[in-house]
Ligand binder design. Structure first.
Ligand code: 3UK
Length: 542
């Protein structure tokens, strides 16, 4: 058996069987990792060792930490975990907090101690936390004291969770008090590159959330593919954004990638449009990460960002409508960087930088990865034809003890569940989730294309398009529309929007049904919840 530092072998024991794992590619020279690798050593300690300890690392309201500050906090927390709480390498540690510096310090402490971080979305309730704790067999938790209640409720029903500490807590039994009793030095556990260091739960729109497993090597792989080839950050960049650190989009964009180049990050607990615009000015942020809907919501007040410090805007989490890309460029002058990533693959694998962006397309495959559009028999589809997106690279899907592994990984390829087409220039065009393709009177219609057409109408703030059952046509296209303030809902507006769509895309795609709503159901990661839209449309639970 190959080397592992894990004395608790739970994650190793629950890897998918070899025949169900994807093929991994390490062709790029920067992907030749040593056998022993601790990502905290690479991302954090290396900067201090090489003399950059005094450089700015993390900012938050009223706080500035250098690399040395973050390292010392992470070391003290690692000492608390190991010496006070009996943690051994391989144990799982639940992390729960809004995006803030202590959350980042805890994440690195877990890496240093050779344990496995399980970061959870701040909005999760006790019932959902209980699933995470049970599934990942979690023994330790570090939690922001302001989010204690739901975790306490869950812990009451989870005997395996024995050690809980709260942070951002000034009380005598808080994490900070314990940290003060320990040295600011810690010898990182000498983990194998292939030791699991984090479990990332999928958002679970269908069925129970799945736990994806990532190794120390995967964390580093995500830092050497998309960031240097597409984002191209520099050490003076100041990163900012909204995705939670519990979402790999946020973990990469707001923690791993800035640290991988010795840059700094601003961690904000609030991400409303005005908060973000103000924070960009206050901290002189240069790189912004958020979801397409958030760009759309900020656009009306984004004029202030024109000729500001901001130079790169990254959109991921769901498809970026060409209409939103255009709106953002009009408001700020900035061409966005779109990229598709997935929890299973850690981060972005198809993308285009600002100079190569093609409106309506996600981009080209990121160096280190290969991607293909496959037909239902698993053969490459002809150019231009819509099929199933399949990807391979240095990262890939490993569900912890889950039968659904065989669905995501087939013949060594990761199937993301997205319907894509490939053009002659190598650009991948998103159509819809494969399960969400609308079939109406024999035509395949992708909801996002109809959404993009509707979003170009000045009265439309947001919209979601779904297929609903229809006796005659099988399904019909239905749009749920949120209007901008000042526009009036009613049959006249519905007719106007229908005509507008018919004039802009093939008429058979127009929404035969339109319902005006005051908001759309979204996940904490900014994704439209189409299954809930279907329920709302059917008059079901809201
Ligand atoms: C969809 C996109 C079109 C797509 C993620 C960047 O979203 C992330 O991970 P999730 O596991 O969801 C994956 C699915 O989301 N999607 C994401 N980005 C795009 N569709 N264009 C895009 N740009 O259906 C994909 O299969 O929540 C995104 C980095 C890390 C991530 N985890």
């Amino acid at each position: 058996m190959s080397y592992s530092a894990h004395t608790d072998s739970f994650t190793r024991d629950n890897l998918p069987p070899p025949e169900l794992q994807p093929e991994f590619l390490f062709d790029l020279p920067e992907l030749k990792f040593p056998q022993r690798l601790n990502c905290a050593g690479e991302l954090l300690d290396r900067h201090v060792r090489e003399g950059r300890g005094a450089r700015l690392c993390i900012q938050a309201p009223g706080l500035r930490w250098t690399y040395a500050d973050l390292q010392q906090r992470a070391n003290r927390i690692a000492n608390v975990l190991v010496n006070d709480l009996g943690l051994v390498p391989g144990n799982r540690v639940l992390l729960r907090a809004p995006n803030n510096p202590m959350m980042a310090a805890c994440w690195f402490a877990v890496m240093k101690a050779g344990a496995v971080a399980v970061a959870t979305m701040p909005l999760l309730r006790a019932k959902e936390l209980k699933h995470v704790i049970t599934k990942a067999r979690i023994s330790h938790a570090l939690c922001d004291v302001r989010l204690a209640e739901e975790l306490r409720n869950a812990a009451g029903e989870c005997p395996e969770l024995k050690h809980l500490r709260y942070f951002n807590d000034s009380s005598a039994d808080g994490l900070e008090a314990a940290m003060a009793n320990h040295p600011a030095t810690f010898d990182n556990v000498d983990t194998a590159a292939t030791d699991t260091c984090m479990l990332a739960f999928t958002s679970g729109t269908t069925g129970q959330p799945k736990a994806t497993m990532h190794f120390h090597r995967d964390v580093m792989a995500s830092c050497v593919c998309w960031p240097p080839y597409v984002l191209r950050p520099v050490a003076d960049d100041i990163f900012m954004g909204t995705p939670p650190l519990a979402f790999t989009f946020g973990l990469g964009g707001l923690l791993l990638f800035p640290l991988s180049v010795g840059a700094s990050t601003v961690l904000l607990e609030q991400g409303a449009p005005q908060d973000l615009v103000d924070a960009i000015a206050t901290y002189k942020a240069t790189v912004l990460f958020t979801a397409p809907t958030s760009y759309r919501a900020i656009a009306p007040i984004a004029g202030a960002l024109r000729n500001s410090s901001l130079r790169k805007c990254v959109s991921a989490g769901e498809a970026l409508p060409a209409a939103t890309r255009a709106l953002w460029k009009e408001a700020t002058g900035i061409e966005m960087i779109d990229g598709i990533g997935a929890t299973e693959l850690m981060h972005i694998f198809i993308s285009a930088d600002e100079a190569h962006a093609l409106p309506g397309a996600t981009g080209t495959v990121v160096p280190g990865y290969v991607a293909c559009v496959m037909d239902d028999a698993g053969r490459p589809s002809p150019l231009g034809e819509v099929g199933n997106l399949a990807v391979k690279g240095p990262t890939g899907c490993r569900y912890l003890a889950d039968e659904r592994q065989a669905k995501y990984v087939r013949d060594g390829w990761n199937y993301t569940g997205d319907a894509y087409s490939l053009d002659a220039a190598g650009y991948f065009h998103y159509h819809s989730r494969t399960d969400d393709m609308i079939i109406s009177a024999g035509y395949n219609i992708a909801g996002p294309e109809v959404e993009d057409a509707l979003l170009r109408h000045p009265a439309v703030a947001e919209c979601g398009v779904i297929g609903i059952a229809d006796e005659e046509r099988g399904q019909i296209v239905k749009a749920m529309v949120v209007l901008r303030p000042g526009s009036e809902a009613g049959p006249a507006m519905a007719k106007e929007l229908q005509d507008f769509v018919k004039h802009n895309i093939a008429p058979y795609k127009y929404p035969r049904s339109i319902e005006f709503v005051s908001s759309l159901p979204r996940t904490e990661t900014g994704k439209l919840q189409r299954f809930r839209l279907r329920q709302i449309s059917a008059g079901g639970a809201r």
